[in-house]
Design a binder for this molecule. Structure first.
Ligand SMILES: Cc1cc2nc3c(=O)[nH]c(=O)nc-3n(C[C@H](O)[C@H](O)[C@H](O)COP(=O)(O)OP(=O)(O)OC[C@H]3O[C@@H](n4cnc5c(N)ncnc54)[C@H](O)[C@@H]3O)c2cc1C
Length: 442
């Protein structure tokens, strides 16, 4: 690997930081990864610090499997040995069924065994610079020197905020409430309809069953988060009453096939956010600092794109660092690549989520402007000729603007009064009534 820099520090040992660090270490780089969490314990629960979504359900897309296969197939082997399952669609990976905790644990263990990689527990306070260049980071008051700092510190990252600001973005209007269960041995699962497990879109809320590893799964309800009555879903009995009111979901919590293994986990409000890393003249905000993963782009979890977008970025960054002797040229090129390949997904989410929140608040499809992507995709149900256009978007093989040729036809379909078929289930008001009237047993 070419390169004119010596020490690399990666801030953050989440999926992005670990993946990037392992890939660089395997190319002969010495990398120090710093995270405020000490990592998975030898026994017992891993109470991960600093990542609010750690226990929330994740579904990993095919791109995540492809990234692991390309860079670290041993991690994929370990995941499969731990009970994770790769779901194939034809000859391609479509998803990885795995709890986030298991995913990170195996990445972390692999990183810990990597000879050129050092894992350090500590809180990074800020980036240290001298004469306008990064010289390292301050960790719990102590300086760790580096001439390349990779900021993989995620959505809650603060240590680069003074340099990069908050970026652009908006509330994504999707709040998760979920509970984890395990299927007893030999008990059949409930109904499924997608590579995730079961995905049910209702006119004013959503419901999903996420399949994970080792017969574990999560049942989740998703709402806009702006009506306080939903908050009662945090009680186990209230949550189960609400889930029981949705026929296809109710099947998943029958006592003969559902052993709850945790209490209900309510989520908070989330943002679609994008933060570039060049100044107005097109140079890195701080030479020697490169941000990657969620610290560049976060998107609504409804589409399960977060880790896929993060690892796509990580792969591109590693490739550019391999190609470029000049780290600042790599940083500038990486930012431009992110603007072309990552930002369009952010913009797509902002628009699609804005329109979805409108509809989840009781409004009909707006026909006086271009349809958002989810409705163009939905229209393929009415006109199967659209399937060839929407397919590559769904699998993230084509960017959101690939839907443009289908938009006019999709709008015609909606203008004729067609609407997607909704599964049997209560309206939002009926579900809120269940939530409001079910007693919460302490
Ligand atoms: C509710 C929810 C559900 C989601 N579901 C999915 C899904 O189904 N599929 C999917 O692909 N994605 C999903 N995502 C997105 C996914 O979780 C993120 O894309 C992913 O966490 C990004 O990884 P990362 O390594 O960039 O950041 P993170 O996972 O946030 O890791 C950042 C790390 O940096 C550390 N850190 C931060 N600041 C400091 C500091 N100053 N000093 C030391 N350490 C620091 C943190 O402790 C953390 O370990 C979901 C997100 C949410 C919120």
């Amino acid at each position: 690997m070419a390169g004119g820099y010596m020490g690399i520090v990666a801030v953050g040992a989440g999926p992005t930081g670990l993946f990037t660090a392992i890939a660089l270490a395997r190319r002969g780089r010495d990398v120090t990864v710093i995270d405020r969490d000490p990592g998975p314990p030898a026994h017992g629960d891993w109470r991960r610090k600093g990542v609010m979504q750690f226990q929330h359900p994740h579904s990993f897309r095919g791109q995540v499997v492809e990234a692991l296969r390309a860079e670290m197939p041993d991690v994929l082997d370990r995941l499969e040995s731990s009970g994770a399952a790769v779901v194939m669609h034809g000859d391609r990976a479509a998803a990885l069924h795995c709890r986030r905790m298991v995913f990170e644990r195996e990445l972390w263990r692999c990183a810990a065994e990597e000879p050129r990689l050092r894992l350090v527990c500590g809180h990074v306070d800020d980036v240290v610079a001298h004469r306008g260049r990064t010289t390292g980071v301050r960790v719990d008051g102590r300086q760790v020197s580096a001439d390349l700092v990779i900021d993989a510190s995620g959505r809650a990252s603060r240590f680069t905020r003074a340099l990069r600001g908050r970026g652009e973005g908006a509330d994504c209007g999707a709040t998760y409430v979920g509970r984890q269960y395990r299927l007893p041995a030999d008990a059949p699962g409930g109904p499924t309809n997608s590579v995730i497990g079961l995905s049910l879109g209702f006119p004013e809320y959503g419901a999903v069953v996420f399949l994970h590893d080792s017969r574990v799964y999560t049942v989740a309800l998703i709402h806009t988060g702006d009506d306080h009555r939903w908050h009662r879903l945090r009680h186990d009995d209230v949550f189960e009453a609400a889930v029981g009111a949705i026929p296809a979901l109710a099947d998943w919590i029958q006592p003969d096939r559902a052993v709850p293994i945790a209490s209900v986990l309510p989520g908070g409000r989330l943002q679609n956010r994008y933060r570039g890393q060049l100044d107005d003249s097109g140079r890195p905000v701080l030479p020697g600092l490169i941000s990657v993963g969620d610290s560049v782009c976060t998107t609504t979890p409804l589409a399960g794109r977060g880790v896929a977008l993060a690892l796509m970025q990580a792969r591109e960054l590693v490739r550019l660092l391999e190609d470029h002797r000049d780290v600042d040229a790599a940083a500038a090129e990486f930012d431009q690549w992110c603007s072309r390949r990552i930002k369009p997904w952010f913009a797509d989410h902002v628009r699609t989520d804005g329109e979805r929140v409108r509809r989840w608040s009781g409004h009909d499809v707006a026909l006086d402007r271009p349809l958002p992507s989810d409705l163009v995709v939905a229209a393929a149900e009415a006109d199967p000729r659209l399937a060839d256009i929407v397919g590559p978007y769904i699998t993230m093989d084509a960017l959101p603007d690939s839907l443009a040729p289908a938009e006019r036809r999709a709008r015609e379909i909606f203008s004729c009064g067609w609407r997607p078929t909704y599964p049997p289930g209560p309206t939002r008001d009926e579900l809120i009534s269940v939530v409001s009237t079910t007693p919460a047993v302490a």
